[in-house]
Design a protein around this ligand. Structure first.
Ligand code: ADP
Length: 532
């Protein structure tokens, strides 16, 4: 009898430890709020944690060795769909041979659905055959709900913002119509009244209404910029002429203040560039308006120059320098924010909205430009606007060649005014009263054609928004008709939004934004008329 005695103390200890760790792992797996399940290579359940068993109401079912479709027989009908989906996504994980992540819906007995993010990890044997599948599922119902709420909140905020912009655009349009009459008629009164006391009052009405209009336009612009509704529309425009024009606008104001006003344009600046002339003019006017406003002695110098001039591109530099009150160092950035005005300006003295620079900065950046300022308190300021790589155009666009085929002043001009608003019609007639014009009026597009049948006018002033047949549709018809197409049509729009005008610019020969002044109308008409 041989007796082999082996000391197994260590082995037994080790096995006991293994059992202990397995038990701890099981406790851990069961404590997890996430679903954990092990399946074999044939999709049979080997181990499921408490969360998994509970969610499928499998507490009293021996799940061991059963597949998903088998298990669906032992439990409530409501889980059937979930089990079948699970089998399908298992299949995908096997095919993918790597972790697959799906969203799966598990219904509750309460009628509620829970959404799970399910990770499936396939494990293969060395010979490539299926070994088993680990399934982990996390309840993401709340997260999904928050995501959905966020999307809804974002959409609602965007909608509210859109509505705000639309409301502002409509309001501005509605306000402009009566403003048109106030500004127009007060300028007429101003010209007729000789009594100096009364003239003072009408001048105040005129300047206040102009300020009000400016305020409306600024608020509209900033809200449109913030809502992302500003579109930059580039076309070949004469930048030199645009800069020269500034002189005309500010000559009177600077003369009244007895300050110098100079405009210098470098010889090498090309004439025609692909720019949004309307927006550049707006930026330039804002900056020059401030420079003149804040300067009491000395003057304002505007300069336009070209840098890095190449065959088809150039950098463009606009400088507006003044010898005014200046801006302190710590306020140099703040003044570009909405409604910001510097401390040193005496309240009330200068007026303004505090929006001009914010608008100018946004617009410049929308045009890929940059605006900077150098300034010293009491010495003056210099604003610089730089646009890089502006495309040079050799071609003059259609808009720059006006068909000058009429005689002006020597011959009476026949003007057809199409405008549905009685006050505006009266205003235009009153504005043009002393000119050598014969004015015919139409209240909508349909009437325009009735009048055209009788007599061809030299010019048509066409309101865009009119009942029956609007100005846009009427002009489209005019421009297609050989009998009428050579008659210049000048659009009148109450929209502050010049981009609306840009939309129409291929149809109309020119356009004027209300409130229109006599000068605006005459200037526009003169584009189509040769004086003999
Ligand atoms: P505002 O309508 O008040 O002119 P802006 O946005 O155009 O609004 O300008 C904001 C502020 O920046 C002005 O109120 C003024 O305090 C300051 N500012 C702008 N331009 C000048 C300048 N050329 N000289 C001195 N201060 C200026």
């Amino acid at each position: 009898v041989y007796c082999v005695v082996e000391d197994v103390t260590d082995r037994v200890k080790l096995e006991n430890e293994r059992t202990e760790i397995q038990e701890r792992l099981l406790t851990l797996i069961n404590a997890s709020p996430d679903i954990i399940c092990f399946k074999d290579g044939k999709g049979r359940w080997l181990l499921a944690n408490k969360a998994d068993v509970e969610i499928f109401s499998l507490t009293d079912v021996n799940y061991f060795g059963k597949t998903d479709s088998e298990l669906s027989q032992y439990t409530d009908e409501i889980y059937k769909e979930a089990f079948l989906t699970c089998e399908k996504t298992d299949e995908k994980a096997w095919e993918k041979k790597g972790i697959s992540i799906n969203e799966e819906i598990i219904p509750l007995k309460t009628g509620e659905n829970r959404i799970y993010e399910v990770y499936k990890i396939p494990i293969f044997n060395n010979d490539g055959s299926k070994n088993g599948l680990v399934v982990l599922g996390r309840d993401i119902t709340e997260r999904k709900k928050h995501e959905k709420d966020l999307i809804i909140a974002k959409e609602e905020a965007e909608k509210a913002n859109r509505l705000k912009s639309e409301f502002l655009a409509n309001m501005s349009h509605e306000i402009r119509t009566p403003m048109n009459a106030i500004i127009g008629f007060s300028s007429i009164l101003n010209n007729r009244i000789t009594n100096p006391d009364l003239k003072k009052y009408t001048q105040r009405i005129e300047s206040s209404s102009n300020n009000l209009l400016r305020l409306i336009e600024d608020i509209l612009d900033i809200s449109k910029i913030e809502a992302g509704h500003i579109e930059i529309l580039k076309h070949a425009s004469d930048i030199r002429e645009l800069t020269e024009d500034i002189k005309k606008i500010f000559a009177l104001k600077s003369a009244e203040k007895v300050i110098d006003f100079t405009v210098e344009i470098d010889e090498n600046v090309p004439h025609f560039l692909f720019i949004d002339d309307f927006r550049i003019r707006q930026v330039l006017t804002n900056l020059v308006d401030n420079a003149v406003k804040f300067t009491e002695t000395g003057g304002v110098a505007v300069s336009l120059s070209s840098k890095n001039l190449r065959v088809n591109k150039t950098d463009l530099i606009l400088k507006i320098k003044d010898t005014g009150i200046g801006i302190s160092t710590n306020e140099k950035q703040l003044i570009f924010e909405n409604f910001r005005q510097s401390e040193n300006r005496m309240t009330g003295k200068y007026g303004g909205t505090g929006l001009g620079l914010a608008i100018s900065k946004h617009l410049t950046e929308l045009m890929n430009g940059k605006i900077t300022v150098k300034s010293e308190l009491g010495i003056g300021s210099e604003f610089t606007v730089i646009f890089k790589d502006v495309i040079i155009s050799e071609k003059i666009t259609d808009k720059n060649i006006k068909n000058k085929n009429f005689e002006f002043k020597t011959k009476q001009l026949n003007i057809l005014v199409a405008e549905d608003n009685l006050i505006n019609r009266q205003l235009i007639s009153a504005l043009l009263e002393n000119e050598n014009f014969k004015i015919t009026e139409a209240v909508n597009g349909k009437e325009v054609f009735e009048l055209l049948e009788k007599e061809l006018p030299d010019i048509i002033l066409m309101d865009i928004q009119m009942p029956v047949l609007d100005g846009y549709e009427a002009t489209k018809i005019i421009k297609k008709d050989d009998r009428y197409k050579n008659i210049p049509v000048i659009a009148l729009t109450a929209h502050a939004i010049k981009d609306i005008v840009a939309k129409y610019h291929t149809i109309f020969d020119d356009y004027l934004t209300k409130p229109v002044s006599k000068d605006d109308i005459l200037k526009s008409i003169s584009n189509f008329i040769s004086e003999k």
